[in-house]
Design a protein around this ligand. Structure first.
Ligand code: S3P
Length: 434
């Protein structure tokens, strides 16, 4: 087992907040300056579709905190209806957030457009975006399987909506909010189980919290948005991989700086500390409406197995589940997950992808429609294991962390896929190995 020690100051800027900053910038009147924008492929896909819709997007490298090169993005727009009909389909590559959130904006523009993606994105469910947009008056076409290409015949006359989210999804919530900004009147989104709330925070939307945990988000349509600057903190979902590396290694101690600690994003920390993980938060403060701080993690041998079944917890760790499962399997030999059918609709079927790869390492697993169980490790692999990445950055990184920290011989089928959200993933891990 390796030891990983040191300070991480170059974690990628948050993917979710980067998407929203670019889209909100394009919806705002004036010049939006975004400091520390993500270089990840997904966020670059969002800039790409905005450019293809005629929005002026500039990107430059500047010197940021810790003397590091960071990206500054400048977006110039005239507001809610500044988008132009494209000459070709909008290419979203691997990015579900780009496709789903941009669809909410396109539904309000008076032209026809089409959204397409790579082979992984073309398989992901899109009925969830068609339903509310059709209720608001846009015409939406999907494939017979309910997937992309998403064809949109937008209208300037979108109707306001009262919409209860059928699945906890911050992407669907955001697309409805972006469409509702253009509608003639007040819209309400009801969220029975809370998902990440960056869109509400960044747009300054009114929210009403109910005692049962549900939240109502109120959007006033046709109010001009004024451009304002955004700063993007480090991505907590990327931090989770470094946390897992620290926990699994032997004698490790890592401090990860300036991470977004929005409570809707860091549920993985209480989940891990309840299992005994040595994680502490330092230097917590609020910047631009988001809580930011440092995460200190130390190796923790003898962590208890994770059992995750509460729907609210599942929604809070939805992107971290592959890493939590792999970490629990390698540290305790066991893991159990229920109520997580959403995991089958991500960049890959993440339930199947984790199970297939754990089995290659000799773990015995059992799959359910909404989860899986790791029963124990029955054998050690006879040679080098190949991890099948399934075009999925989080599958690749979860297993890389496990085999690098434990020193078990393995390789990734496709290491380039990490660039979707964490282009400097391998460099950061190399820099921590002592
Ligand atoms: C995201 C929401 C989540 C998450 C995705 C990013 C966002 O997807 O899995 O990686 O930025 O809103 P869903 O909205 O489909 O749950």
């Amino acid at each position: 087992m390796g030891a990983f020690t040191g300070e991480v100051t170059a974690l990628p800027p948050d993917k979710s907040i980067s998407h929203r900053a670019a889209l909100i910038g394009a919806l705002s009147e004036g010049v939006t300056e975004i400091t520390n924008f993500s270089a990840g492929f997904d966020n670059q896909s969002t800039l790409g579709v905005l450019r293809d819709a005629g929005i002026v997007v500039e990107q430059e490298e500047i010197i940021g905190a810790y003397g590091r090169n960071i990206r500054k993005v400048v977006i110039r727009s005239k507001g809610l209806w500044s988008f132009m009909a494209p000459e070709k389909p909008f290419m979203c590559n691997n990015s579900g957030s780009t496709m789903r959130m941009f669809a909410g904006i396109l539904a309000a523009q008076p032209f026809e457009s089409q959204l397409v993606g790579d082979s992984s994105l073309m398989k992901r469910p899109m009925k969830r975006i068609a339903e509310p947009l059709r209720m608001m008056g846009a015409r939406i076409g999907l494939s017979s399987d309910g997937t992309a290409p998403v064809s949109i015949c937008g209208t300037k006359d979108l109707k306001p909506i009262e919409y209860c989210l059928p699945v906890p999804s911050a992407q669907v919530k955001s697309l409805v909010a972006f469409a509702a900004l253009h509608a003639d009147g007040e819209s309400r989104i009801i969220e029975p189980i809370r998902s990440r709330d960056h869109t509400e925070l960044m747009l300054g939307l009114e929210t009403i919290d109910h005692s049962d945990g549900a939240r109502v988000i109120v959007i006033q349509g046709r109010q001009p948005l004024e451009a304002r600057p955004f700063y993007i903190p480090s991505d907590p979902s990327a931090a989770c991989f470094i946390v897992a590396l620290g926990l699994l290694g032997n004698g490790s101690e890592i401090i990860i700086r300036d991470v977004c600690l929005n409570p809707t994003r860091v549920e993985f920390i209480p989940v891990l500390t309840a299992a005994g993980a040595d994680i502490t938060i330092e230097n917590s403060r609020i910047i631009g409406g988001e809580t930011i701080g440092d995460i200190l993690v130390r190796s923790t041998p003898g962590m208890k197995p994770l059992v995750i079944s509460d729907k609210v917890v599942v929604a809070g760790v939805i992107d971290e589940l592959p890493m939590l499962a792999v970490l629990s399997a390698f540290s305790s030999g066991e893991f159990e997950l229920h109520n997580a059918e959403e995991l089958r609709t991500k960049e890959s079927d993440r339930i199947d992808a984790v199970v297939v790869n754990l089995e290659r390492f000799g773990f015995e697993c059992e799959q359910y429609p909404d989860g899986f169980r790791v029963i124990g490790r029955r054998s050690m692999p006879s040679g080098e294991v190949t991890i099948e990445c399934f075009d999925d950055h989080r599958i690749a990184m979860s297993f890389f962390v496990a085999f690098r920290a434990t020193g078990e011989p393995a390789v990734l089928s496709d290491s380039g896929v990490v660039g979707v959200s964490f282009p400097n993933f391998f460099d950061i891990i190399d820099s921590l190995e002592s």
